[in-house]
Design a protein around this ligand. Structure first.
Ligand code: N01
Length: 912
């Protein structure tokens, strides 16, 4: 056909191709084997006969629920039925990307390769269907058009494109995450008269490109797998690339021997390890940060990952690759170097080098000879960022600068991911509300399993679950098992309706977003963010917290009597309302680590040992940001010299000064303990930070610490200029016991008539010795700072009779009027939360300009944990902004006094 007239291989507009179920496989209307009569009433209707639907059918049937699967395609396989393009294969190793529910299957099925091809995976699924007689309950060639909740009957009414009407108690979408191809969104697409193929709807008979001029649009996984093979066959191949992708050699070959041995030796243990792993594949988790190792060690780790051919290798290289932009950039550059070393033409190599997203934020790929393909004489790359497509023509494609003629065009343009397959069906819940309407601003689910207002509707690997960030088969089995156990329990308790509460769903949506926000994912225009589909809301779709944590969460929900679900039926009605996973993800991870390490209990130790342990905990943590200069010095204190550390910003001075007091319960801590936080404060507030090493109890009991604090502030205010600061511009800040000292110092300065303090930032401050507040009762045992530790601190610091004095408990002051403006930061899971909140409220009541910043999901130690608790970075930014504001206002106030009044305006000129 080269040079000749192309004949269209289609009879309908391209935009409707996605919905033509079997048109391109010759099966439309055919009575495919296994088709079954549709009963008008079943317990469960499952949509989709891929990995999820097949296992759901098996499990539900085993549990004794009458189940029918409705499947648009002509046979089982789901995504592996449709995506038959050349080179299609999995990129999670087949030994992992396979079911675990059938131990015999594990023995009888031998994968021929490390990464099996699409035909082999399809054979596997066919084998599973045969082995368990699944086809007899699958209705092929049948698309579900609508599902409507009938509240009176407490059932779903499902309609298919064959006119079937089925009633079911439970309705399950097992439709996959990447099964709804994107509609071609390129102008003029229907004008093209040549052959058109979609990687996601590939003809069963295959395609022969021999001698043809072929275009491939798209360089995601599908494009990257198919391009090398199409290039081998076609006369000419033109690749239209909008975004270059990160890909590396799969090193496919025989099944990995170590993995095979581990699985064969103890399959149950291997599968259990997968279930409790981060991504659904057993592997160790690195705790090493990227810049903790030398450049050589880093390179060696990157090379090892590259050589491994393991998609998840970099998920495990360094702990901060997914969250730290500078760390991730080192990996990006490593990849670009590889591309430059493979691709002969430097301009093409540069065009193929990803520069607009971080590694992993768009799904990375594994390939076989992808970059090498661009060295072939019959292959060219069109970089759409520089030369965008203007339109399709009858003969081919016109870009801004060129015109191309093709015999065939392959769309590898991806999917409306995760939500697309679900809202493609007209699903209506309570009061006729359409799911698509409910999700206009993005999907809202509880656990990615269910959504409020749509009772008895289950989604397998739905949005808000680990799904596409995991080995899908492991996540599918977990979801199906959870649903199966839930239905089983409901039946036992004679309950027939289940629905998540609005509170639980809102909490989960918040948690999913909070988790994503500490990563680099939201920065990329990826399908994870819905950014590939014009008009789709920009929301991070999967759950990034990991398969292990997610499984634990789902189990916890069950153990807490189906927390967040309302259930009812003839057996009664019940609902344990509430939110699961209220801690921020990184806080949970740190707490788990502390638990694993089995840290000794501080308050059971002699003070010297507790100090040594406290200091030891600071070793190896991230150092905090670079500042212009750090200098240690000594200032005169009331009982002798006090050490201080001065942090100067890199910007030109003079700067205002922030006097900082470290935490540690007046017993622990020194200039090193809050060093990263001081650096962070310095950078964010663009101020000199002077951290003061006040005397500690029990050697120097109350009121030594506050006397030192006040003396230090006075000396620093008087010596501001020699410290590089601007006289008259000074604020105070402190964390925990340091927050107590800062608050007290403000009161002392007010009462002494100076020095002037422009503002106070109190982070989780101790404001009195009250242990009865709700936050103490709720959080007193689990979150690092415990009430027993607080008592230990107080006992070392002050006698009971002294504790209510305002210099120990600033909340007990006669009045808080006349104090500097304040920002009081509290953390939700801190025993001191209500201390801080009470102080903020009392300040405001006394007329002080005081703001309370409550931090959701955080614990006492979160805010100073710079580069460890990333989810507290927002609070740190607010602190920096508040200090700038306080200190900026102090300048304005100073100017208002010192700047001479402006001269009077000259008289306006008289018009001629
Ligand atoms: O789709 P994609 P996919 N004009 O969305 C481009 C899984 N999967 O089918 O990035 C020009 O990744 C688009 O450009 P941009 C896997 O999870 C797994 O390849 O949006 N270009 C992109 O380059 C994977 O991530 C396996 O700027 C347009 C490409 O088309 C997911 O499925 C194999 C365009 C689409 O890439 C999806 O992969 C295959 C336009 N108008 C898939 N619109 C394995 O297991 C889109 N593009 C190995």
């Amino acid at each position: 056909m080269v040079g000749g007239a192309s004949r269209p291989n289609r009879t309908r507009p391209l935009s409707t191709w996605r919905d033509a179920p079997c048109e391109n496989d010759g099966m439309a209307g055919a009575a495919s084997p296994g088709n079954v009569p549709v009963h008008s009433e079943v317990d469960v209707v499952v949509v989709g006969a891929g990995f999820a639907g097949l296992y759901a059918l098996y499990r539900l049937r085993t549990l004794g629920f009458s189940t029918i699967v409705l499947e648009r395609a002509g046979d089982v396989g789901g995504t592996w039925y449709w995506n038959r393009y050349p080179g299609a294969r999995c990129d999670i190793e087949s030994l992992d990307y396979s079911y675990s529910f059938d131990s015999e299957l594990e023995k009888e099925w031998q994968w021929s390769e490390r990464y099996a091809t699409q035909p082999e995976i399809l054979r596997y699924l066919g084998h599973v269907a045969d082995k368990h007689g699944l086809r007899r309950d699958i209705r092929f060639g049948t698309a579900v058009e609508s599902a409507v909740w009938d509240a009176a009957a407490r059932r779903w009414r499902v309609r298919t494109d064959r006119g079937d009407g089925i009633r079911c108690r439970f309705y399950m979408m097992a439709t996959g995450c990447l099964s709804h191809p994107k509609t071609p969104d390129i102008p003029g697409v229907d004008r093209f008269a040549g052959e058109v193929y979609f990687t996601s709807r590939w003809p069963h008979a295959g395609v022969d490109f021999t001698g043809k001029r072929v275009a491939v649009i798209g360089t995601g996984s599908s494009g990257i797998q198919s391009i090398p093979l199409i290039a081998e066959q076609a006369a000419e191949l033109t690749v239209f690339q909008r975004t270059p992708n990160f890909t590396r050699p799969a090193h496919n070959g025989p099944v990995t021997p170590g993995k095979k041995t581990a699985l064969e030796r103890d399959p149950a243990a291997y599968r259990e390890a997968a279930r409790w792993s981060r991504a659904g594949v057993p592997m160790e988790q690195s705790l090493i940060r990227t810049f903790q190792v030398s450049a050589e060690e880093r390179l060696a780790a990157y090379e090892a990952g590259y050589a491994s051919g393991d998609l998840l290798a970099y998920a495990n290289a360094f702990v901060d690759l997914g969250s730290n932009p500078e760390a991730n950039e080192t990996l990006c550059e490593f990849f670009r170097g590889k591309i430059r070393s493979i691709v002969g033409d430097p301009e093409t190599a540069e065009a193929l080098s990803p520069r607009n997203h971080f590694y992993g934020t768009k799904r990375p790929c594994l390939d076989t000879n992808y970059f090498e393909t661009f060295n072939r004489p019959n292959v060219r790359l069109v970089d759409l960022r520089r030369d965008p497509i203007r339109t399709f023509t009858e003969r081919g494609i016109e870009t801004a600068t060129r015109s191309f003629a093709f015999d065939a065009v392959v769309f590898a343009t991806g999917f409306d991911a995760m939500t697309g397959p679900i809202v493609a069906v007209d699903i209506r819940g309570r009061d006729g509300v359409r799911l698509a309407e409910k999700w206009t601003e993005g999907p809202k689910t509880y656990l990615g399993l269910m959504t409020t207002g749509f009772p008895n509707l289950f989604m397998i690997t739905g949005p808000g679950s680990p799904s596409v960030l995991s080995n899908m088969v492991v996540s599918i089995e977990q979801h199906v098992d959870w649903v199966g156990a839930c239905l089983d329990q409901m039946r036992a308790e004679r309950l027939d309706v289940i629905e998540p509460t609005a509170v639980a769903e809102a909490g989960w949506v918040q948690h999913v977003n909070d988790c994503a926000d500490v990563t680099l994912y939201p920065r990329a225009d990826s399908w994870y963010m819905g950014a590939n589909v014009p008009g789709k809301p920009r929301v991070f779709l999967p759950y990034v917290g990991g398969v292990d944590r997610y499984r634990k969460t789902c189990d916890e929900v069950v153990h807490r009597s189906y927390l967040g679900f309302a259930l009812d039926g003839p057996g009664g009605a019940r609902c344990t309302d509430g939110v699961v996973n209220r801690l921020q993800l990184d806080v949970s991870m740190v707490l788990e680590l502390i638990e694993q390490l089995g840290m000794p209990v501080l308050e059971t130790m002699p003070v010297a040992d507790a100090r040594a342990l406290f200091a030891g905990m600071a070793l190896g943590r991230p150092p905090g940001p670079d500042v212009g200069e750090v200098v240690d010095g000594v200032l005169p204190g009331p009982a002798g010299p006090l050490a201080y550390r001065r942090y100067r910003p890199a910007s030109a001075g003079p700067h205002p000064i922030v006097v900082y007091f470290h935490g540690g319960g007046w017993v622990l801590g020194d200039l090193d303990s809050d060093d990263p936080f001081c650096r962070d404060l310095c950078v964010r507030s663009d101020s000199i930070v002077v951290s003061v090493d006040y005397r500690l109890a029990p050697e120097a009991r109350f009121p030594a610490a506050v006397e030192d604090g006040f003396a230090a502030v006075r000396w620093i205010a008087a010596n501001a200029a020699s410290l590089g600061g601007e006289p008259g511009r000074l604020a105070v800040c402190g964390w925990s016991a340091g927050g107590n000292i800062a608050a007290v110092v403000c009161q002392l300065a007010r009462d002494a008539g100076g020095p002037a303090i422009a503002g106070q930032v109190l982070v989780n401050p101790v404001t009195d010795a009250d242990f009865t507040r709700a936050s103490c009762v709720e959080n007193g045992e689990r979150y690092v700072l415990t009430t027993s530790l607080m008592r230990w601190f107080w006992d070392h610091y002050a006698d009971p009779a002294e504790r209510r004095q305002p210099t120990a408990s600033p909340l007990c002051a006669r009045t808080l009027a006349g104090l500097p403006p304040a920002l009081v930061v509290t953390c939700e899971f801190d025993p001191l939360r209500d201390d801080g909140a009470a102080y903020a409220a009392a300040l405001a009541a006394a007329g002080v300009n005081a703001r309370h910043l409550p931090c959701r999901g955080q614990i006492h130690t979160s805010v100073p944990a710079v580069d460890v608790i990333l989810s507290a970075a927002g609070a740190r930014a607010e602190i920096g902004a508040a200090l700038r504001r306080f200190l900026g206002e102090s300048v304005a106030a100073a100017r208002a006094v010192t700047v001479p009044a402006a001269p009077p305006e000259p008289p306006a000129p008289t018009p001629l």
